[in-house]
Structure formats: structure tokens, C-alpha cells
Design a protein around this ligand. Structure first.
Ligand SMILES: C[S@@+](CC[C@H](N)C(=O)[O-])C[C@H]1O[C@@H](n2cnc3c(N)ncnc32)[C@H](O)[C@@H]1O
Length: 270
């Protein structure tokens, strides 16, 4: 016989062995799913005996995580700001640092039309609409399958966002852009969880990772209506992107840091 807390401890040890970054948290979240409950219940029911049904369900989930499938795909959901999104391998799993783009949008004047370019699951577009219902939000993506999940998320969250399949800003009219486009240099070695499970089209962008950002900034420059550009970037890209944005006609450039202290978002204004 094993108790719930022993199950978690054993599972966390196994997940640590295969290289999971957060084995204890993952073990708790997956047990909560197997119990059809939440992490608080896992803690509260620690001394209870784990039934054989529960152990069977738990083992099935753990074996997926042991192959390094991300927890968010196993659970089929991810929290972002105040909303919960359905996620699956059609879309990148929204990251906490991307919430900075939403914070930038909170500063926009009332009624502005904002495009979330490369919307994926719809995370940024939906969180903006949730927190600033007065803004007119459009989410765009090159991937039709990502957009179908974004639409599902919009209907589950009951948020009115417009969706468009587009190559960057092609055919998109807006006053402001927020974008977490792919920015990883092609060929970069990534953790198995990312490399083998998340969509490649959401990750890589040429030798320096800036192919898409460069094209987006070039499209934005000549559009007088577009007055604000907020771009998520990766490590070591802030000088290059700040220079691109300024050269494209957005002279007021700000660099925002994420909670880990990395320059994460470049905002250009004019
Ligand atoms: C890094 S993911 C970000 C997804 C979402 N914004 C987030 O933060 O969770 C980048 C997204 O950009 C989309 N994308 C890639 N190339 C694109 C292009 N040329 N035009 C529009 N979207 C593109 C991908 O399909 C993917 O959904």
C-alpha cells in the first residue's frame, strides 16, 4: 500500500531522473489530474491510501511526462494572466514572461485597435481583451491550426476578438502591435520538452532569430496609423531590435525586463 504523498514523492524522484526541471510540481499537478481535483487536494489527502485505480491513471500520465511531454499538453490547459487556455501541440505553450506584452497593452488609450501578431493559442489577444474590453483586438497567425485553437479559446472565455490568418501584418489594419513571434536562432539546441513537442513554426526564425521581427518592423515602419510596436525578444537581441525599431521610425524606444531581469520586450513609439 502507498499513500498519496508517497506516490508524489516516488513520481517526483522518477521525473527528476529523466531530467524534468520541476519534478515535484509536475508530480503534484499530474496526480491532481488523476484525482480529478487540484493541488490543494493532493496536499490535504496526503495520508490517504492511493487506490489501484488512481495509481493506474497516475502511471499513464507520468509515463507521458517521463517521455518529456510538457505538463501543459498532458493537462490540455495553461493559465495566463486571468484566463485559462486550452493548449495542444498546434500551439506554443504561453510563457509567463509573455504577460509583459499584455502589461504594455494596458497602457494604450481607449478604443485603440491592437493586433497580436503570431497569436498562437490566442493568449495575448484574449488576455488583453479580458483586461481591456474597450480595446479592439485582432489576433493573427500564419498557422490555420493555431487559429482554430485560438477561436475555441475565445469562445470558452467568451471574449470578442477578431481572428485573421495572415503573414505578419499583411492585410491587417491597426494602431498598435504586440508580438511574440518566433525568435530562436535556427539550429539552437533546445530542451527535449520544447524541441520534440512544441511546433517548430512557433520557435525558429533564421540564423540570428530575427528574420520575422525584421520583416514585421519593416512592414510597420511605413504605416502612419501604427504608432506603437511591442516585441518580445530573446537573450542578446535587445540592442539589435531596439536599433531596428528606431530606424523604422519609432524614435521612442523602451526596453522592459522580465521577472528574471532579462530585457524581454522592446517597445517603440511615435
Ligand atoms: C512564439 S509563438 C507565440 C504564440 C503566442 N503569441 C504566445 O505568446 O504564446 C509564435 C507564433 O507566430 C506564428 N507565426 C510564425 N510565422 C508567422 C508569420 N510569418 N506570420 C504570422 N504568424 C507567424 C506561429 O505560428 C506561432 O503561433
Amino acid at each position: 500500500m502507498t499513500t498519496v504523498s508517497e506516490e508524489v514523492r516516488n513520481a517526483a524522484a522518477e521525473l527528476a531522473k529523466v531530467g524534468c526541471d520541476t519534478p515535484r510540481l509536475d508530480a503534484e499537478l499530474l496526480l491532481a489530474r488523476a484525482m480529478d481535483s487540484d493541488r490543494a487536494a493532493v496536499a490535504m489527502r496526503g495520508d490517504e491510501e492511493a487506490s489501484s485505480d488512481l495509481r493506474t491513471r497516475y502511471l499513464a500520465l507520468l509515463s507521458r511526462r517521463a517521455r518529456r511531454e510538457p505538463v501543459a499538453y498532458i493537462l490540455g490547459r495553461k493559465d495566463f494572466r486571468r484566463i485559462t487556455l486550452a493548449v495542444d501541440p498546434r500551439v506554443l505553450i504561453p510563457r509567463p514572461e509573455t504577460e509583459l506584452l499584455v502589461e504594455v497593452a494596458l497602457t494604450f488609450p481607449a478604443g485603440v485597435r491592437v493586433a497580436d501578431v503570431g497569436t498562437g493559442s490566442g493568449a495575448v489577444a484574449l488576455a488583453i481583451k479580458d483586461e481591456r474590453p474597450d480595446l479592439d483586438v485582432v489576433g493573427t497567425d500564419a498557422s490555420a491550426s493555431a487559429l482554430s485553437l485560438a477561436r475555441l479559446n475565445a469562445s470558452r472565455c467568451r471574449l470578442a476578438v477578431e481572428w485573421m490568418q495572415a503573414d505578419l501584418l499583411d492585410g491587417v489594419e491597426c494602431d498598435a502591435v504586440v508580438a511574440n513571434l518566433p525568435y530562436i536562432p535556427t539550429g539552437t539546441e533546445l530542451p527535449v520538452d520544447v524541441a520534440e513537442y512544441e511546433p517548430r513554426g512557433a520557435l525558429f526564425a533564421g540564423p540570428d532569430g530575427l528574420d520575422l521581427i525584421r520583416r514585421l518592423v519593416a512592414q510597420a515602419g511605413p504605416r502612419p496609423r501604427l504608432t506603437t510596436l511591442a516585441l518580445e525578444i530573446g537573450a542578446g537581441q535587445s540592442d539589435a531590435v531596439a536599433a531596428l525599431v528606431a530606424a523604422a521610425g519609432f524614435p521612442h524606444v523602451e526596453r522592459l525586463r522580465d521577472l528574471a531581469g532579462h530585457e524581454r520586450v522592446i517597445v517603440g513609439r511615435r
